[in-house]
Design a binder for this molecule. Structure first.
Ligand code: ZN
Length: 251
């Protein structure tokens, strides 16, 4: 079968690579029970993402209230999620000394929960498990803030300065973290194999990271249920669940 051949080829690619960059997206986490928010029935079907532009969140109190409602729904779907076999396989990849970095679009903390080193995880869209004050920078554990919301607070504010609080995730219209983008591109330039896992590569600028790996001469392996714009240029494309393929390649 074609796919078995591709999985075998993928295992050989991993065996022969020294510096692997993983680029992960929502498809990696669906098997942990976290819905892909952009799929039908997802959170974005019930809320209009363009309402939650960063400037609107800052300037309009009613939007901020709805933002916290939406964001609470997001968070509760991922709070107790556990890493799946795909995440565990990536931990094994690091244990083998082959993992350069995991560049992720996910905000669900599952790479950390699987045991990958924090310094190897580059979260381009932030992390939903902490909250920061936009005025003074004070950080809070997400659960601490969610408890206030459970107790009836509609819009939480900073204890120290009464500033606006926001989860440490990147909203529409919010600038991408420049240091993380820079690190991601450095890794893309250094890796010998780029594995795109569970990302349809449609959200920019994040999706430009695998593009850069390709241009820098890395081999490209894509494992995603759906087609991606990079498929025609990739060395291996597997349209399967990420865990199915990774367990067979890595263990
Ligand atoms: Zn503050």
């Amino acid at each position: 079968m074609r796919m078995d051949k591709d999985i075998k080829k993928g295992a050989e690619f991993i065996e022969n690579s020294k510096n692997i960059m993983v680029f992960s997206g929502a498809g990696l986490s669906t098997e942990s029970g976290i819905p892909d928010f952009r799929s039908p029935g997802g959170v974005w079907d019930r809320y209009d993402p363009s309402d939650f532009d960063f400037q609107n969140i800052i300037s309009d109190e009613r939007i901020r209230e709805r933002y916290w409602q939406m964001s609470t729904e997001f968070y509760e779907s991922m709070r107790d999620a556990k890493p799946n076999k795909a995440h565990i396989a990536l931990k094994k990849l690091e244990d083998k000394g082959k993992l350069l970095a995991i560049v992720t679009q996910n905000i669900d903390n599952l790479h950390q929960k699987a045991g990958n080193s924090i310094e190897r995880i580059i979260e381009l869209h932030g992390n939903a498990f902490s909250v920061s004050c936009l005025e003074c920078g004070k950080r809070y554990a997400r659960d601490q803030i969610q408890e206030r919301i459970r107790n009836g607070v509609k819009i939480p504010y900073c204890d120290d300065c009464s500033g606006i609080l926001k989860p440490d995730t990147i909203s529409f219209g919010q600038t991408m973290p420049e240091d993380k983008m820079t690190r991601a591109f450095i890794c893309a330039g250094e890796c010998d194999l780029c594995m795109v896992l569970g990302s349809s590569l449609v959200v920019y600028p994040a999706a430009s990271v695998p593009d850069y790996a390709l241009k820098s001469g890395a081999k490209i392996m894509i494992i995603n249920r759906d087609k991606t714009p990079l498929d025609p240029k990739a060395d291996i494309v597997i349209h399967e669940s990420v865990s199915y393929a990774l367990v067979r390649m890595i263990g």
